[in-house]
Ligand binder design. Structure first.
Ligand code: ATP
Ligand code: MG
Length: 424
């Protein structure tokens, strides 16, 4: 029996990997422009970090973590998300002691034990951003604008940005009480999860996907009804900054992040046409999290974007794939001597940044030309023992079917010139 990859994981093969590289490139570019620096944290952490940093009452911690004991009997968890790790690194490396705010981003795999389906994997990838040490609404506006800007650069269509304010420890208790009063008569009808949320975390009932729970919560008091002056002011300012930045958004009072250290802004980006898993990005302000993982009281805000879902939404066109696979020149070398000479030529051209390749299988002339066709090379350069002895090389234009003899001495210079003339 052949061994198969674990359920919910993917092999990203050539042809698809180029799409990932393209997306990563755009991400790095925009982060640089906005002044965000990359951070790389371990792929596994002490389990306690996520228990504290993501929260015991979340699905992630309750049901979805890859947790195991290592050989030293430590409880280890493959990271299910990035924010807790970034906050831990901020504290552990005393980044709070340097200039604030600290603006970071990460790209990498995350692991959640979920039922695999379209857009839902057990190993998936997130791009995320975290800003630590700044509490003004402009920070919230900046990260949401970054998401919006990235999506418009990528050409994503059919997006909805939802924003909400979940309040803070000053205003949330009042909301909790009102919500519990509202839900009390329907307590028995709520789904199992929501029944257990009722005491600990009733806010999250607003976010439940169960149709009965959704119906019950119609007309329930929202956090927006009870925001304290500080939170209301913050939210008003955020909305006006988003409008100024021409971000199109919708206020969605049912959008919640129910943990204690989530404060004020919560947001999400949805895209219409990728099926049931339509959330491609989620984020919010977490002014209590750094303290929760053992650091000084520090405001923070961030988001995480599911890269598989972004790529699904992009449905990158076939032309794009072809463009990435194109070679400029394929060196067809026949015989040992030509192969080593050819390899030296290819290596020099590659150093100059030209997309060139050479046959690695020692195939026949015909097979090599066929391979050149397959990678849509513009030219084939043919080199055999006879050509070497004469000090020449044959350059064939594969589109026009014409060929000429060039002196080996001038060959590289001429190829470079041609490459530039072709608009590269
Ligand atoms: P969902 O409601 O889809 O489970 P979530 O609330 O668990 O999402 P977050 O923890 O906010 O998601 O993660 C941010 C983003 O990461 C999501 O918006 C989504 O695009 C992506 N994501 C989350 N879980 C998965 C998964 N199992 N497979 C692929 N992408 C995922
Ligand atoms: Mg989830």
């Amino acid at each position: 029996m052949a061994i198969q990859r674990p359920k919910g994981t993917q092999d990203l093969l050539p042809g698809v990997v180029e799409q990932w590289q393209g997306l990563e490139e755009q991400i790095r570019k925009i982060c640089k422009e906005y002044g965000y620096q990359e951070i790389r944290t371990p792929m596994f952490e002490a389990t306690e970090l996520f228990q504290r940093g993501v929260g015991e009452t979340t699905d992630i911690v309750n049901k979805e973590m890859y947790t195991f004991l290592d050989k030293g009997d430590r409880s280890i968890t493959l990271r299910p998300e990035g924010t807790a790790s970034v906050c831990r690194a901020y504290v552990e490396n005393k980044l709070y002691g340097g200039p604030q705010p600290v603006k970071l981003y990460y790209i990498g795999p995350m692991f959640r034990y979920e039922r695999p389906q379209s857009g839902r994997f057990r190993q998936f990838h997130q791009f995320g951003v975290e800003v630590l040490g700044a509490d003004k609404p402009m920070v919230d506006a900046e990260v949401i604008t970054l998401v919006w800007d990235l999506y418009s650069r990528l050409g994503l269509k059919g997006l909805e940005v939802h924003v909400n304010s979940v309040g803070c420890p000053t205003c949330r208790p009042e909301h909790k009480q009102k919500l519990q009063e509202f839900l009390e008569p329907h307590k028995e009808e709520l789904c199992k999860d929501c029944q257990s949320r009722f005491e600990k975390n009733p806010l999250r009932i607003l976010d439940c996907k169960n149709p009965t729970c959704q119906e019950i919560t119609q007309g329930a008091p929202t956090t927006l009804d009870v925001l304290c002056e500080d939170c209301a002011g913050h939210f008003a300012e955020l909305k006006s900054l988003l409008t100024a930045a021409e971000v199109v958004y919708k206020v969605n009072p049912r959008l919640v992040r129910g943990l204690d250290y989530y404060r004020k802004t919560a947001f999400e980006v949805l895209v219409e046409d990728i099926g049931a898993q339509s959330a491609i990005c989620g984020g919010g302000r977490y002014d209590g999290l750094v303290q929760e993982v053992g650091g000084p009281q520090t405001p923070g805000i961030g988001f995480a974007m599911g890269m598989e879902r972004v790529l699904a939404a992009l449905k990158l066109s076939k032309e794009h794939e072809d463009e990435d696979a194109k070679e400029f020149l394929m060196l067809v070398a026949l015989g040992e001597k030509a192969q080593s000479e050819g390899f030296a030529i290819i290596s020099r051209l590659r150093k100059k940044g030209l997309p060139v390749s050479i046959d690695l299988l020692g195939r026949s002339l015909k097979a090599q030309l066929k391979a050149a066709d397959r990678v849509q090379a513009k030219y084939a350069a043919i080199l055999g023992e006879e050509e070497i002895n004469k000090g020449i090389i044959i350059l064939r234009d594969l589109k026009l079917g014409e060929q000429e003899e060039l002196s080996l001495k001038d060959f590289e210079e001429q190829v470079l010139k041609q490459y530039k003339e072709d608009g590269n």
